[in-house]
Design a protein around this ligand. Structure first.
Ligand code: SF4
Length: 83
């Protein structure tokens, strides 16, 4: 699984911490069909999120500019990056 969207998982973690409750179900709201769709991969995505956050916990950061300049076209950092 290659997930990049963890918004629901952040909400889950926040509610779990704030309310100190277990057994929280999480749903997406399907705007087209006006129904709730349960997140069936919650635990797997939380594991991926934990790994991604752990990977960010480093003091070694590569500040080299990317090779493909087309990547920079919509990058929010291109001004300070001088691209
Ligand atoms: S502009 Fe953005 S994508 Fe391009 S090199 Fe800089 S940081 Fe990387």
């Amino acid at each position: 699984m290659d997930s990049t969207d963890f918004q629901l998982e952040f909400y889950y973690i926040a509610i779990k911490e704030l309310l100190k409750v277990e057994n929280i179900k999480t749903y997406y709201y399907d705007l087209y069909n006006l129904t709730l769709i349960e997140e069936s991969m919650l635990n797997e995505k939380i594991e991926i999120l934990a790994k991604k956050l752990n990977d960010l916990n480093t003091q070694k950061v590569n500040f080299d500019k990317c090779d493909n300049i087309s990547t920079c076209q919509y990058c929010p950092y291109k001004t300070i990056c001088n691209r």
